[in-house]
Design a protein around this ligand. Structure first.
Ligand code: GRG
Length: 303
């Protein structure tokens, strides 16, 4: 994962990140106004933290690949990023990964305290729901579509997705999972929200069934590719470049793709999932647009 990302991927990411960050700052400013004291400050701290915004970029690129062009899509992308932000705040808590560094800054519970960070996580879930509905209305989407978007996001964030995957991951600490077991954990923990981002973009654009099916496969493969690449970066990157504590997986004896396959084969596994993702689009005749450079970025990034 040492190749620099292509200029095309950086351009797609930068332009979407710029708009999503603007929206997240608006939401953060509203939180500071509406939620008094340290809790409002902590909500704003989490919302303003500078992530790569990969999930929003995939969502917007999928929307555009399916013919969508409404600027309100940025709000839907922000709603997915808010769910991701909540997951990072809770993942870093002492009861889970117990980490002090995230996105190059002190984690929310270190900058504030554990009860405040716990509340920040819970409160971000309804904030994400509100943002999703607000954006969908601005885009003029009908009730059925709004319901489908909400269902997709919160199923991915729940027990059949991210929470379920995290649960299995915590239970597996100190044990050695095999490849199918590890894949199940990561399909839930990381893959479900990434796949949901892609599908929310496609559903918002009103994509036909065959395109939705191809994007479902793309999202599922690229979600796994993302996690395999993440394992490689944890094993090979530095905390300074990653913005989070490197080498954490080995420290807590976590089952990872690197542990099972070694660094080089794990890199190949990430590339294989990336290829499968792009082939799914090609088979269905879906022009990938920004999805292709983003898919390659996901497996060649350095942070
Ligand atoms: C109650 C069991 C239970 C769970 C709560 C905390 C949680 C839900 C889930 C954890 C999900 C999680 C943090 C998965 C890791 C996904 C991952 C690889 C995150 C890093 O994503 P990047 O690289 O980060 O996109 P940035 O900082 O760029 O946004």
């Amino acid at each position: 994962m040492t190749e620099p990302a292509s200029g095309e991927a950086i351009a797609v990411l930068d332009s979407i990140r710029h708009h999503v960050d603007e929206r997240l700052i608006e939401v953060a400013t509203r939180m500071e106004r509406e939620v008094p004291g340290r809790l409002g400050e902590a909500l704003a701290y989490a919302l303003r933290s500078p992530g790569k915004r990969v999930r929003p970029a995939l969502l917007v690129a999928a929307y555009r690949a399916c013919g969508g062009s409404h600027p309100g899509i940025i709000g839907l992308a922000a709603s997915v990023e808010i769910v991701h932000t909540y997951s990072l705040v809770h993942d870093d808590l002492p009861s889970m990964d117990n980490d002090a560094l995230r996105r190059g800054r002190p984690t929310t519970h270190v900058a504030f305290d554990v009860p405040t960070a716990t509340r920040v996580g819970y409160l971000l879930v309804p904030v994400a729901a509100e943002e999703l509905v607000r954006a969908a209305r601005v885009m003029g989407l009908d009730h059925g579509t709004i319901g489908a978007l909400a269902r997709r996001l919160f199923e991915a964030g729940g027990i059949r997705g991210m929470v379920g995957g995290q649960w299995l991951d915590l239970e597996a600490e100190g044990k050695q999972l095999d490849l199918p077991g590890l894949t199940t954990v990561h399909q839930g923990k990381t893959g479900a929200l990434i796949a949901a981002a892609v599908m929310i973009g496609a559903l918002a654009a009103g994509a036909p069934a065959a395109t939705l099916e191809a994007l479902e496969e793309f999202g599922s493969e690229i979600g796994l590719a993302f996690q395999v690449a993440d394992d490689v970066l944890d094993a090979t990157g530095s905390s300074r470049v990653l913005g989070k504590t490197a080498g954490k997986d080995a420290e807590v004896a976590k089952s990872t793709y690197v542990g099972l396959l070694g660094v080089e084969q794990a890199r190949q596994e990430a590339l294989r999932h990336c290829r499968l993702a792009l082939e799914a689009l090609e088979r269905a005749g879906v022009e990938p647009g920004g999805l292709a450079p983003l898919a390659r970025y996901i497996v060649t990034r350095s942070s």
